[in-house]
Design a protein around this ligand. Structure first.
Ligand SMILES: *Cc1c(COP(=O)(O)O)cnc(C)c1O
Length: 363
């Protein structure tokens, strides 16, 4: 390891702990966990840790991430979360055992392709329960789709599912999940058999386990954030680590100080546009102690989403390759060569693990 910065440190022991904790909690309620790796850009070590701590499947919205997992020889069924493009069906069947789907044209092609490759591909058919992203809105149409799929030779309809809290910000309430269960019963009646899976959503649906009102028939969840970051429990639901038993420090972003000087807070000269063509507001607070980091928007996209670990450090802004901090109020006396550490949010985690300028280090 060359010891380069910026870097993201991934604590695999804590990741293992979080995976096992979530898997065990779900198991108590008869729920299988699909471990979602897209938040870490499909990092293979992240996938391996999840696989070894008992997730039923590994899942991502991106085929190339699942292909990496397969190539790494990790022995778990792989699931594609984003409903597939027509153009990726061949790769889908080659790489994945299962997919979430919502379009008959794609499903028919998947059947054909599976036949060609001598496989049976599993499908979770998606219902839109009001969040208005993927899935059947018309439930009668969905029942007809299920019947057609049931007759396909190389597709197995393993279950139905829904996604909530993504576009429409719809909460996975007991009522919403009861509606999904009722729909699964309609499908089962139409097919004359039980479905293996009723997939009740993502991390946000875990709240039903903590509140103790998860409908019994829900037996599958797709969990990414709730294992990798576990921030949503605190931020959105006020569930503290004491309650969840989860770590919140799996990802740490570290960057190096390349300049430390006292400078004015208000730009000097005629103000036009910043590096991205915007015209920000600047506040004149006199001379301030400032620090420049060798890391910028190219690495993490959103400076507002970085959370400095040092008290009193304020993020002033960033350009492509620089981040500017005001450290006047900080206890630490920052010098060139010092390392500044950040907690990350979901978007930051995705960007930094997906950026070749940011070294991934496992601790
Ligand atoms: C990303 C995704 C998930 C996982 O979401 P988290 O909030 O990270 O748990 C689950 N299902 C689908 C369809 C997704 O795209």
């Amino acid at each position: 390891m060359s010891g380069r910065y910026p870097r993201v440190e991934i604590n695999l022991a804590h990741l293992r702990h979080n995976t096992k904790t979530v898997v065990d909690l779900c198991k108590e309620h008869g729920i299988m966990v699909s471990g979602v790796i897209k938040g870490a850009t499909g990092d293979v070590e992240v996938a391996r840790a999840m696989a070894e701590e008992g997730v039923a499947t590994l899942a991502s919205s991106r085929l190339e991430q699942l292909e990496d997992v397969k190539k790494a020889g990790i022995d778990k069924p792989l699931a594609l979360l984003r409903v597939p493009m027509l153009s990726e069906v061949e790769d889908l069947v080659r790489i994945c055992d299962m997919s979430l789907q919502s379009e008959m044209e794609v499903i028919r092609l998947t059947d054909k392709e599976a036949k060609k490759q001598g496989k049976v591909h599993k499908i979770i058919l998606m219902a839109d329960m009001g969040d208005l992203r993927e899935g059947f809105w018309d439930k009668d149409e969905m029942i007809e789709a299920c019947k057609e799929i049931e007759a396909m030779e190389n597709i197995y309809l393993v279950g139905i599912g829904t996604n909530l809290g993504c576009y429409g910000s719809i909460s996975p309430t007991k009522k919403k999940l009861d509606e999904l269960v009722a729909l699964s019963e309609r499908v089962e009646e139409a097919l004359g058999r039980k479905l293996d899976i009723v997939s009740g959503g993502a991390t946000s649906s875990l709240m039903r386990l903590y509140s103790g009102d998860m409908p019994e028939r829900i037996n599958h969840l797709r969990i990414g954030e709730g294992i990798l970051l576990a921030h949503d429990y605190i931020v959105l639901y006020n569930l503290l680590p004491e309650t969840t038993g989860l770590y919140h420090d799996i990802f740490r972003l570290k960057a190096e100080v390349i300049e430390a000087k006292t400078k004015p807070s208000y730009p000097q000269g005629e103000i036009a546009f910043d590096a991205f063509g915007h015209k920000p507001e600047y506040e004149d607070r006199g001379m301030r102690k400032k620090v420049l980091l060798g890391m910028g928007k190219v690495d993490y996209a959103f400076p507002d989403e970085l959370i400095p670990m040092d008290e009193g450090v304020e993020i002033l802004g960033a350009s492509s390759d620089h981040t500017i901090l005001d450290v006047t109020e900080a206890k630490r006396d920052f010098k060139v060569g010092d390392i500044v550490e950040f907690e990350v949010c979901y978007a930051t985690m995705v960007y930094i693990t997906n950026c070749r300028n940011v070294e991934v280090v496992y601790v």
